[in-house]
Design a protein around this ligand. Structure first.
Ligand code: UMA
Ligand code: ADP
Length: 485
């Protein structure tokens, strides 16, 4: 019986639980508490008008609510609560942080809460890019091998929403963001994996050091029975591993001949590697090479997906799946929506939706994966203080023709920076995503590749990247229909 009782929850989190943020995460926590006949205090900075309907659905369990952009008496709030579950997107007011510390009130993420209630084994994946792809690959491998697996976390389904369904022996594959890791305390995955760490979310974490430290927390509570998997080619993932106690395994999209033969790499004992043996994905364990499958059998494009497959294979191996079963699932993997999603070829024009590319590195990755031909690229969205110089440099070095369609506040900044920095890139600035999309479809010619890979979040015009990708597809369908009428 995995179902936690009301009494257990009170013992773990106290009688009075405050939920800060009533988005996807906060609502899942409210649903969970309701299922246990527990109540909550709710806090959210959005205007009351926007939340009125939503809150009315939880009238029966909300004892107090602090809604809207109001000055808050954190002192009295923290005196009347035992634990605060904070949503990942919220950066807490430093004054509130200080008072909570003084009063010894834990502020934890929903991931931490669910972990403490969960009876299953955890595989956790973080990284700047590739998280959703890797957790989906791992989940599909486990399912194909006949193992019960639950796929949750930053990918869109809160961990808490399934925690009562998890039985002992099940695996829970959790995508965790740096925001969620910032608020863990005991979260201890049996297998923890970092895909890569490149610049992102600096507005939240201050600088790269803060961002790497947040990512590294995935290993913080692991012991020598647990497994850590990092990307050998990314020095930041080594930094994030630091001196963690877990068994270390590495992946790299290079030939084994180009990896150190020593068991010790960067001063750490490395127990297993996943890399390439000419054109094969393979493991090296105890100096033995075990081939998994040929690279050409992967259906998803780009070197980044070779890395994603190697990382997923290592995680699945440590979860007890044989190489044959790993190969059989990876060969079937067709990618996920909004990640370099191929929409089709029409009149010699190739259309791709990579709306999930919300930072510079992911856009560069997409351009590398679609390396040839003329590209028309939609870039820009909401601001998070990213440095776009590496992107301008990459675009300038590209030999084939390239035109940029810029949109959103960050698109405006790009337009200024491209001009003042004399980057010599061809661009047009649009005042809406729809106008940029229509222009790109209008301009498309036989042989072109049309790519939405914005390098920015979508919050200037959309609820999330899914809505932006969906809109892109709708505008395309409308445009093509208009052309054929
Ligand atoms: N809110 C405040 N004050 C603030 C900010 C937000 O009160 O300063 C309130 C909003 O009014 C809203 C709620 O908090 O009511 C939203 O909470 P949230 O921003 O934490 O978002 P959720 O809807 O709970 O979704 C979160 C993740 N969002 C973020 O981390 C920003 C989702 O990841 C995740 O899928 C979901 O939990 C389930 O785990 C999205 C994301 O953009 C995809 N993640 C970032 C990324 O992948 O780069 C980290
Ligand atoms: P995340 O969940 O970390 O945002 P996704 O798997 O959703 O990552 O992929 C988002 C985008 O990031 C993809 O469309 C692609 O452009 C890029 N990407 C995917 N995997 C990698 C990787 N291993 N390295 C760099 N970029 C990647």
């Amino acid at each position: 019986m995995t179902n936690q009782s009301e009494k257990n929850i009170r013992e773990l989190f106290g009688n009075r639980i405050a939920i800060y943020g009533v988005g996807v995460t906060g609502q899942a926590v409210l649903d969970y508490l309701r299922s246990k006949s527990l109540t909550a205090v709710v806090i959210d900075d959005s205007p009351y008008e926007n939340l009125k309907n939503l809150l009315s659905n939880y009238e029966d369990i909300i004892t107090r609510s602090f809604i809207g952009d109001l000055p808050r008496d954190w002192g009295s709030l923290f005196s009347s609560n035992d634990t605060m579950i904070i949503s990942p997107g919220i950066k807490l007011d430093p004054k509130a942080e200080e008072i909570a510390r003084e009063k010894n009130i834990p502020i934890i993420s929903e991931i931490e809460m669910a972990y403490r209630l969960c009876k299953g084994k955890i595989i956790a994946v973080t990284g700047s890019n590739g998280k959703s792809t890797v957790v989906t690959m791992i989940h599909q491998i486990l399912i194909k091998a006949g193992i019960t697996s639950h796929l949750v976390g930053n990918i869109g389904k809160p961990f808490i929403s399934i925690v009562d369904e998890v039985n002992e022996g099940d695996w829970v594959v959790v995508e965790v963001s740096s925001y969620q890791l910032e608020r863990i305390e005991k979260f201890k995955p049996a297998i923890a994996l970092i895909t890569n760490i490149t610049e992102d979310h600096l507005a939240r974490h201050g600088d790269m050091k803060g961002y790497i430290a947040a990512k590294g927390r995935i290993f913080e509570n692991q012991n020598s029975d647990d497994h850590a998997i990092i990307n050998h080619e990314e020095p930041n993932t080594w930094r994030a591993f630091g001196n963690a106690s877990s068994k270390l395994h590495i992946f790299a999209s290079v030939d084994f001949e180009d990896l150190p033969v020593s068991e010790y790499i960067n001063g750490h004992l490395v127990e297993a590697c996943a890399a390439l043996k000419s054109d094969m994905l393979a493991f090296r364990i105890d100096s033995e090479i075990d081939e998994i499958m040929s690279i050409s059998e992967l259906q998803v494009p780009g070197e980044h997906n070779i890395q994603n497959a190697l990382a997923s294979a290592l995680a699945a191996h440590h979860a007890g799946v044989a190489s044959k079963a790993i190969a059989s699932a990876l060969k079937e993997f067709k990618g996920i929506e909004h990640r370099i999603e191929f929409l089709g070829e029409i009149d010699g024009v190739l259309y791709y939706n990579d709306s999930k590319a919300t930072n510079v590195d992911s856009t560069i990755t997409a351009l590398k994966a679609l390396s040839t031909g003329t590209i028309r690229l939609i870039l820009g969205g909401s601001e998070k203080g990213s440095d776009f110089n590496p992107l301008y440099r990459f675009l300038k070095d590209r030999k084939e023709s390239l035109t940029l369609y810029l949109t959103g506040p960050s698109g405006r900044r790009m337009a200024d920076e491209i001009e003042t920095g004399n980057w010599n890139l061809k661009f047009t600035l649009f005042d809406s995503f729809e106008k940029a999309s229509n222009a790109v479809f209008n301009d498309a010619k036989d042989g072109d590749t049309i790519l939405l890979s914005p390098a920015c979040a979508s919050f200037d015009e959309f609820k999330n990247f899914e809505e932006r990708g969906q809109k892109f597809k709708e505008i395309l369908i409308r445009f093509l229909k208009g052309k054929s009428d």
